[in-house]
Each structure stands twice: as C-alpha cells, then as structure tokens.
Design a protein around this ligand. Structure first.
Ligand code: KIV
Ligand code: ZN
Length: 527
C-alpha cells in the first residue's frame, strides 16, 4: 500500500489487519457479558494471539464499559506488543469524548464511529434525511480526529445502503479524516457476490479510497459471515473484523479462527498474511468459553471438540496412513494437543508452575499457591490428572479475583432414602458463615444453603454440568445462569465433586450479579 497509516505505517500489499471485536460486538450478545478482570484476561490472550486492533468496548454504553476500555488501555495497551486499542462511539459529541477519554492512555489508539446509512435505518431509526446523515458523518469524524490520528468510520447497515449514497458517505468520511472505512453487513443479509460488488465499486468510484484501509464486518444470520469476509478480502479489503468463537449479536459475527485458518489453508486463493499466532487459537477459544459459560458446539470448525476427530473407520485408517487424506490442517497448528499426563501428587510447586507456563498461564504467587493446593487435593482424589484438568482448575481459581463471596466448604448427605442435606461454609466480605439446609436433591439443598447465607432474589435460569475429561473420576465443570430484574449473569465452577463444582458456579454467578448491580443500565446501543 502506498500510503502511511497512522497506526501501521506503510503496510505490505498482502498484509491483512485483524480487528478483533470479541470484547465489544461479542460481549454485546445476551449472556456474554464479562467483568473488568475477565476482559483484561481476554485482552491479554488476544494480544498474545496477535490481533492488530482490539475493540475493547463501547465506552458510552455504561460506566462499566468505560472502565473496562480504560483499564485495557492502561494495562494491555502499554505493552510493547499491544494491539491498537479501540473504543466504539456513535456520532454524538458525548460518545466521542467518552471514547477518546477511555482509550487515551494507550500509545496506539483508535476511535470507531458508526452511523446508519441505509434508507430503512435513516428513516425509521435515525429519522433523518440523507444529507443530514452525510453532514453528521463529516462532523463526527472531524471531532474524533481532534483526539486521535486513527479514526475508523462505519456505514451501519452498509450492505443495504443505496450504492451512490454509500460512495458519497465514504468519500465524505475520508475527506474528514477517517483512516479506515468499514462497511458492515449489520444484519447478515449479504451474499459473497454482494461483498465483491460493493468493495470493487468503492475502490473504483470513491476518490481517496486507495489512501485508507477498507474493512469488512459481517454478521452470521445466514451463516455466511466468514464466506463474506473472504470475498471482501478478494475484492480489496485489508482489514477484517471478527470475534473468537464467532460470538456476537444474534447469530454472531464472523469467527476469527475460521477466517484465519481459511486464509492460511487456502492461501492459494486468498494470498494474504497476518500476525496471528494460530497455535494460540484453541487456548483463547477455551478461555472465552470458560469466562462466558458458553461452550462451542462439538462440530464447530477449528475449535469444536470434533473438529479433528475421525469416527468412521475408513477415515481413521486413512489418517493413520497419511494425515492429509482427511485432514486439511494440522490440529497442532491451532493448538490441539494429545491429552498429556500432568504430574502426580508428589510433584512440586516449581514443576507445577512450569507446567502452567507451558499451558499459557503465568499467575501471581498467591493464586499459584491456591491453585497448587487444589491440584494436590485433586491429585489425591483423581487417578490421572490431565492438562485439561489443570486448565479447568486454574481457570476456576483465576476467575475468583476480587470476589466478595467465596466458597469455603460443603458437606453433603444425599441419597434415595432421606431428603438431601447440605452444610455450607461461605466467606462473605472476609467473614466465614455457615448454613445447614435441606432440599429436593443435593443441588437444591446446596443452593438453598447459599440462599440462607446470602439472601437474594435471583432466579436460576440455566444449569448445566459437563465432564472436563473422560472417566467416572473426571472433574465436573458446571455453568449456572442467574437472572435478577432482567439482568443475566453466568457463573462457572470446576471440581472433582460435581455438587462442589455446582456450588462454585453458583457463587461465581452471584459475585458477577453483585458487580452488575453496581453498573447502571446501559444506554441503547444504536446510533
Ligand atoms: O454490525 C454493525 O453494524 C456494527 C457496527 C457498530 C460496526 O457492529
Ligand atoms: Zn456488528
């Protein structure tokens, strides 16, 4: 590319910028909200994955959103390898000022402004005439440029926008100082041929289009988000917007891991390079699933449990003779490894720390001590401790930063003869409290005991248990969703004892609810 981009300088012609919006568009989907500590963990993992731009949130949406974007700019944003930290804004002055303030601390920062341009959105959502929308685009980009050199402008519902008007808006935004122009397929309506047509048109018709980065942002309502992303690249786009596991509004966004592996595997047809370290993909995918409580479906490309599993005998035979017969990518290239034996109960703290490091966890001494204690406990109870067990255990431990309510112990009496009874100890704000409760089964008794110690109005709306590995002695991993006055939170817990994992998950969700209560209602997320 001939021009100098404010954040990336002069880019090679075949370089694709990877814009991750897991923490913004992804987090926007119901049930996927994360607290600040969780967002920072994800931001660190995304940085190690090698994303170029990280959309950290929508600062005007709520004080919590503002704080998390700011915290990311002040932490991850200071690393030498930090991506550009981006905050989303509508066109209003308050939005832009809030976004500018949130990303301020990051040496490399971006404000991303979006504005609807389709006839439907302008008439019914904005209630504005096209010429006024055009002026708003110019004014908002001009204002944002007073705070940052790197401004992205998005034509919301761009794929359903009148082509002439789209070209006028893009030209005006470029003239006002936008350095990236994004044409979102906001409602997931476009086909790959539409993407080719739209971006070819912009490149041919809009003066200045060669001096900015064109970007694509696709939703998956028709299951075409990744296909549309690839078509857009083939039509000249040099930034793709995507999320881990494809999370996002409604059917989600283009899945980052799928787009990356499609580019890598079919480099003959999509001959572009990027900075993603693909071996980290699985770890980041799993981290997101643990934090949000939503596992990907088993047949999900790249990161699903079955993505590289061969069931049919004829396939197994072929793969044993030559992996290429039925595998188009190496499982290791995205982070899959054979389950490996960890250490026994005699392993020391240093070996434990080393093992965690190879799994991608570097944790402080206090957390390490807690995790080590739980590992010893697990190794006492479980014959074989696998990598997956350690990941579940450490994730469970790390999640518990700054929690007001902590699990201490649980004693259960259950069976088919008597009502179940739970004796529960929780630490609430540093004070250990005990309750004894009965219930219709051990889970009910346990949750009733938590209710006694910490009375609350939340309803349990989802409860699911899975096994971390195989075998009857496998650790259990539980997800719990609580709902209180329309607010939804998810909690996770892992333990060799199924009911203890459920108790940990419930306590985790309760802690998240307390944080959520402190956050004010988010503003409507439309322009
Ligand atoms: O889908 C969309 O239009 C968006 C914009 C904010 C870029 O997410
Ligand atoms: Zn979107």
């Amino acid at each position: 590319m001939s021009f100098e981009h404010p954040s990336f300088g002069k880019l090679d012609d075949n370089r694709i910028i990877i814009f991750d919006t897991t923490l913004r568009d992804g987090e926007q989907s119901p049930g996927f909200s994360m607290n600040i500590a969780e967002k920072i963990r994800m931001a660190e993992a995304l940085t190690e994955l090698g994303v170029d731009v990280m959309e950290a949130g929508f600062p005007i949406a709520s004080p919590g959103d503002f704080e998390s974007v700011k915290a990311i700019a002040e932490s991850v944003g200071q690393r030498d390898d930090s991506p550009v930290i981006c905050g989303l804004a509508r066109t209003g002055r308050d939005d832009i000022l809030r976004a500018a303030e949130a990303v301020k601390a990051a040496p490399r920062k971006r404000i991303h402004i979006f504005l609807s341009t389709s006839p439907l959105h302008m008439k019914y959502k904005l209630r504005m005439e096209p010429d006024d929308v055009l002026q708003l685009a110019v004014d908002s980009v001009t204002l944002a440029r007073q705070f940052v050199d790197d401004v992205e402008w998005s034509a919301e519902d761009g794929t359903r926008t009148d082509p002439d008007f789209l070209c006028r808006c893009v030209e005006a935004a470029i003239q006002a100082g936008a350095t990236t122009i994004n044409i979102p397929d906001t409602v997931g309506y476009a086909l790959p041929e539409d993407m080719r047509r739209i971006f070819t048109m912009i490149r041919e018709r809009v003066p200045g289009a060669d001096n900015v980065i064109l970007s694509t942002h696709n939703h998956n309502d028709l299951g075409l988000a990744v296909a549309n992303t690839l078509a857009a690249i083939q039509a000249g786009v040099r930034q793709i917007e995507a999320t881990i596991n494809g999370i996002g509004e409604r059917a989600g966004n283009a899945s980052l891991e799928e787009a990356i592996m499609a580019i890598r595997t079919r480099n003959d047809a999509v001959p572009f390079k990027n900075n993603i370290v693909s071996e980290h993909i699985l770890r980041v995918s799993k981290m997101l699933a643990t934090i949000t409580g939503f596992d990907v479906q088993p047949n999900k490309a790249i990161v699903g449990r079955n993505a590289f599993a061969h069931e049919a005998g004829i396939h197994q035979d072929g793969v044993l003779k030559h992996a290429g017969t039925y595998e188009i990518m190496l499982p290791e290239s995205v982070g899959w490894q054979k389950s490996s034996l960890v250490m026994g109960k005699h392993s020391g703290r240093a070996a434990f720390r080393d093992k965690l490091k190879t799994l991608g966890y570097v944790i402080g001494d206090n957390k390490l001590n807690d995790a080590f204690r739980r590992f010893k406990d697990l190794a006492d109870r479980k014959k074989v401790v696998f990598d997956e067990d350690l990941v579940a255990l450490v994730d469970d431990e790390v999640m518990r930063d700054h929690e007001r309510i902590r699990f201490v112990s649980l004693d259960l009496h259950a069976g088919s003869k008597h009502p179940a009874k739970a004796v529960m100890e929780l630490e609430v704000d540093g004070v250990v409290k005990t309750a004894t409760s009965s219930g219709n089964g051990p889970v009910d008794a346990t949750f009733n005991a938590i209710q006694q110690i910490f009375p609350h109005q939340a309803n349990l709306v989802l409860f699911s248990i899975g096994a971390v590995t195989e075998g009857t002695d496998a650790q259990a991993k539980t997800s719990v969703r609580l709902e209180e006055a329309g607010k939804m939170v998810d909690g996770q817990g892992a333990d060799a004892d199924t009911i203890v994992s459920a108790a940990r998950a419930y306590v985790h969700a309760l802690n998240k609810l307390l944080v959520k209560r402190l956050r004010t209602e988010p503003a409507a997320l439309s322009a």
